[in-house]
Design a protein around this ligand. Structure first.
Ligand SMILES: C[S@@+](CC[C@H](N)C(=O)[O-])C[C@H]1O[C@@H](n2cnc3c(N)ncnc32)[C@H](O)[C@@H]1O
Length: 498
């Protein structure tokens, strides 16, 4: 059974099935009502006492009964995050007549015992309101445990990718595996035009609703299999959050999660397509679990089909022991025994395809600008912490300041990353030690630094240090390392020699 047919049976219609462009104004009124109630990332965080992405079904009852008040914001949280029914009088304090009508018409709200219940979640992330299917634990879905066309919740991978993908101005952006549309809608702010592609018709409807909910006009969503609907076009940016979890034999199947036996079925196709649909100078940012990290650069090279013409950055976020990875994915099982059995099957499935390490992270592919392919690079960088704030400028800088390109440049002023601070410690009787720290920057790891590095750092803070002046000196290697780590950048960089 599909979720669409389940949803249809429950409500008498599949959600968003009747939506037309004429509904945009009323959907805009829903946004206005939710915003007026303070339903945004900060407001929801304040009433829940936690970031909305950390919300777990186990917390729903406690929050509902013992934490939330009775104001319109609490009603919105109960309705759109906690899967609760809310009585009609309270709902009317939150939603105006046109909003309520359109949510009933589109099948978002269903009537229940003198009140209403929502069949979707609406999450706040990246200053957007995003409708998705409710979590897999929701009792709204009764005993149905294998509804493969669920539209994915906003996960750490969703929010992380939107932070990692560079946000400098772009022409056309492609969002592969668009789901709720979160990547497209973030990209719509820095792109002239965005196309989202998803194979799940239910996801396409959610994404179109979300575009209307956020008043976004320059984004279209197309039903199709990966590159197939856009194979004749080129894009300046591509963002992709494909299904990447290795499939467990006899496990429940989910379109948003299943990445084939080794988790890389879609990833390999997407990276392979870079030469076809990524414009020269373009960037493709992907979030994925990284299996057998040490061998990943070789596999990426094979997928790209050529060593030259592309540069690749692998960003490593955190490592999971294989058993813990399996346990995390078993979390939807109902009983402890089922959970253990699922985790055992997954550990064996990972072992069968030779997976021995699992990291979470990102792969960014840059197609070199025109002028003939140069030798490609694949570099791996460990992130300081999971990316919860925009880090795309670092990613773009990585490709601007590859060693190969720095070799060809003669000048530029070294600029310190304003998020980085120098910390000097002087233990009694011991020598001074120096560290660079950047607690507000997820990309830049804390560094113990030498006295030479400290001197260069302080010079960049107090004056203009020119690349041409330090070139060829001992400071050049120090500067290159600080650039690689994201602590320094170079401005006024003249164009690379042809
Ligand atoms: C992990 S979810 C990502 C959703 C969203 N982009 C995000 O970042 O939260 C993966 C999405 O890929 C879609 N998908 C699965 N196979 C696909 C395929 N062959 N072509 C296009 N989309 C596909 C699923 O329907 C699902 O919406």
């Amino acid at each position: 059974m599909t979720l669409d047919s389940f949803s249809d049976r429950h409500h008498g219609r599949a959600v968003f099935a009747t939506m037309t462009p004429d509904d945009r104004a009323a959907i805009g009124a829903v946004r206005d009502d939710l915003r007026a109630a303070g339903y945004d990332e900060a407001g929801v965080r304040a009433v829940l006492g936690m970031p909305v992405l950390d919300l777990q079904p186990a917390a729903f009852h406690h929050l509902d009964r013992h934490v939330l008040g009775v104001d319109p914001l609490a009603a919105a949280v109960r309705l759109f995050l906690l899967d609760r029914a809310v009585d009609e009088r309270t709902v009317r304090t939150l939603l105006s007549e046109p909003s309520l009508d359109v949510l009933l018409l589109l099948g978002v709200l269903g009537e229940t015992d003198g009140g209403f219940r929502s069949q979707v979640h609406i999450t706040c992330a990246h200053d957007l309101l995003l409708a998705t299917d409710t979590g897999r634990y929701s009792d709204w879905w009764g005993g149905a445990d294998d509804l493969g066309d669920r539209v994915m919740y906003i996960g750490y991978d969703s929010a992380g990718l939107a932070n990692v993908a560079p946000r400098s101005r772009a022409g056309r952006t492609l969002d592969l595996c668009s789901g709720s549309g979160i990547q497209s809608l973030v990209a719509s702010r820095y792109s002239d035009e965005v196309v989202g592609v998803d194979i799940n018709p239910r996801a396409i409807r959610f994404a179109r609703f979300n575009a209307a909910l956020n008043g976004i006009e320059n984004t279209t969503f197309v039903l199709g299999d990966l590159l197939e609907p856009v194979s004749d076009r080129e894009f300046d940016r591509i963002v992709a959050n494909p299904p990447f979890v290795p499939e467990v034999p006899e496990g429940a199947h989910l379109l948003y999660r299943d990445g084939g036996p080794d988790g890389e079925r879609l990833l390999a196709q997407i990276v392979s397509g870079a030469g076809q649909i990524l414009a020269p100078g373009g960037l493709m940012s992907i979030t994925t679990d990284l299996f057998n990290l040490e061998e990943l650069p070789r596999r990426i090279g094979e997928w790209l089909g050529a060593k030259d013409g592309f540069d690749v950055l692998v960003l490593v976020e955190r490592q999971f022991p294989v058993w813990a990875y399996a346990d995390t994915h078993a979390s939807h099982a109902l009983t402890a025994r089922e959970r253990t059995e699922y985790a055992v099957r997954m550990v064996d499935a990972l072992g069968d395809v030779g997976i021995s390490t699992v990291h979470t992270g990102y792969i960014v592919v840059c197609r070199q600008p025109g002028g003939g392919p140069r030798q490609g690079t694949v570099q791996t960088v460990s992130l300081a912490s999971p990316v919860t704030r925009p880090a795309g400028a670092h990613v773009a800088d990585h490709f601007r300041f590859l060693d190969r390109d720095l070799d060809g440049h003669t000048d530029g002023v070294l600029r310190p990353n304003p998020a980085v601070r120098l910390v000097t410690s002087a233990p009694p009787g011991g020598p001074e030690t120096h560290r660079l720290v950047a607690p507000e920057d997820d990309y830049v790891a804390d560094m113990d630094i030498s006295d030479l590095t400290r001197k260069l750092w302080q010079a960049t803070v107090t004056s203009d240090v020119h690349w041409s002046v330090i070139r060829g000196s001992a400071l050049e290697a120090v500067a290159r390392e600080l650039i690689r780590q994201g602590a320094l950048t170079l401005d006024d960089l003249p164009p690379a020699a042809a």
